[in-house]
Write a protein that binds this ligand. Structure first.
Ligand SMILES: *[C@@H]1O[C@H](CO)[C@@H](O)[C@H](O)[C@H]1NC(C)=O
Length: 315
């Protein structure tokens, strides 16, 4: 397991006093990432920060969840600090700014009334997620006695953390437990990704691959089907292979789905190893300039379509 060797210290100035805040690892923020990190215990868990209530709103749904988190941390014997919103702002600056921006839309009276809904409630100081190598999974897979065909997802150099988070969230929703990313060239699995995934990052298994072509070759010899996304194109397509609408896809083998980089798509060496290309066909003629889907939206549609075929296959 990975341990930060250096403890970061900074003086944090508040109006009356100066307060040193020490943290060792990454600062996870948001109810879902923190809750799931505590439940899964994949990371090293250092300390929990909970924002002290400014208003008596303990009855709200949000606070019920905060007190649940508080209890889990106590059971695990993790130190819990009750802090104010300034400390939260210091620990996870991006997160709070985003929330405060939303507040501007409200009048002063409403802002006071509703502010507790918008201000970040919890942060967790935790170690990085342990790095998994794809060879590790080969042993596990034989033990998995599932009647369903396995579906694995490869993110080929998807770089935007919001996209990566959104895709991980959808993948978990559709029952994918194993996800693969390229070593080095993919986006870092940061607290931002965990937040964007609504904590699914804490639950799903993410493996690192160094050579995607080698990985795919191995899986092909084991009888897996390699499906890749291709851009829908009315006239000229760059790939020589046919691109099917995802709803016409038939699934009868264990499947690996590859999602390509936002801009570049799937490199040619990888395309050569793919059995089928899928796309989402539009339901009417495309307006010029609005001719594609956001990669995380496309991922959601394709994952839904493939996972429902897997389900019907096993019935
Ligand atoms: C695609 O959607 C995600 C959220 O699902 C968003 O964060 C990202 O910025 C979008 N990408 C583009 C290019 O609009």
């Amino acid at each position: 397991m990975y341990i930060e060797n250096e403890t970061r210290t900074k003086k944090f100035k508040m109006k009356q006093k100066s307060l040193p805040i020490l943290y060792k690892g990454e600062i996870l923020y948001g109810i879902h990432p923190v809750y799931l990190a505590l439940l899964e215990k994949k990371r090293q868990l250092f300390q929990l920060f909970i924002k002290v209530q400014e208003e008596n709103c303990l009855k709200t749904e949000k606070n019920e969840r905060l007190s649940k988190i508080d209890n889990i941390a106590k059971t695990l014997e993790i130190p819990v600090h009750y802090v104010d919103s300034k400390v939260m702002n210091y620990l996870a600056p991006g997160a709070v700014h985003q929330k405060q921006y939303k507040l501007k839309k409200f009048s002063a009276r409403h802002r006071k009334k509703f502010s507790f809904h918008f201000i970040l409630g919890v942060c967790l100081d935790a170690g990085a997620l342990p790095k998994l190598e794809w060879q590790d999974i080969e042993y596990k897979i034989n033990e998995e006695a599932s009647s369903d065909l396995p579906l694995w997802l490869v993110l080929n150099e998807i770089v935007d953390p919001m996209n990566v988070g959104a895709i991980i969230r959808s993948a978990k929703y559709f029952g994918i437990n194993n996800l693969f990313m390229m070593k080095g060239s993919s986006c870092k699995l940061s607290p931002t990704v965990s937040k964007a995934s609504s904590g699914a990052l804490e639950v799903i298994n993410i493996y690192q691959i160094e050579k995607l072509d080698h990985f795919l070759q191995v899986k092909k010899t084991q009888g897996w089907n390699i499906v890749s996304t291709g851009a829908y194109c009315e006239n000229e397509c760059k790939t020589s292979k046919e691109i099917k609408d995802v709803s016409d896809l038939r699934i009868s083998k264990p499947t690996i789905l590859i999602l390509g980089n936002e801009g570049k798509g799937i490199p040619f060496e990888i395309q050569r190893l793919c059995d089928i290309f899928v796309s989402i066909y539009p339901t009417q003629n495309l307006h010029p300039g609005i001719d594609s889907l956001n990669v995380s939206v496309a991922a959601g549609v394709i994952l839904y379509s493939i996972s429902s075929k897997i389900k019907s296959h096993s019935i």
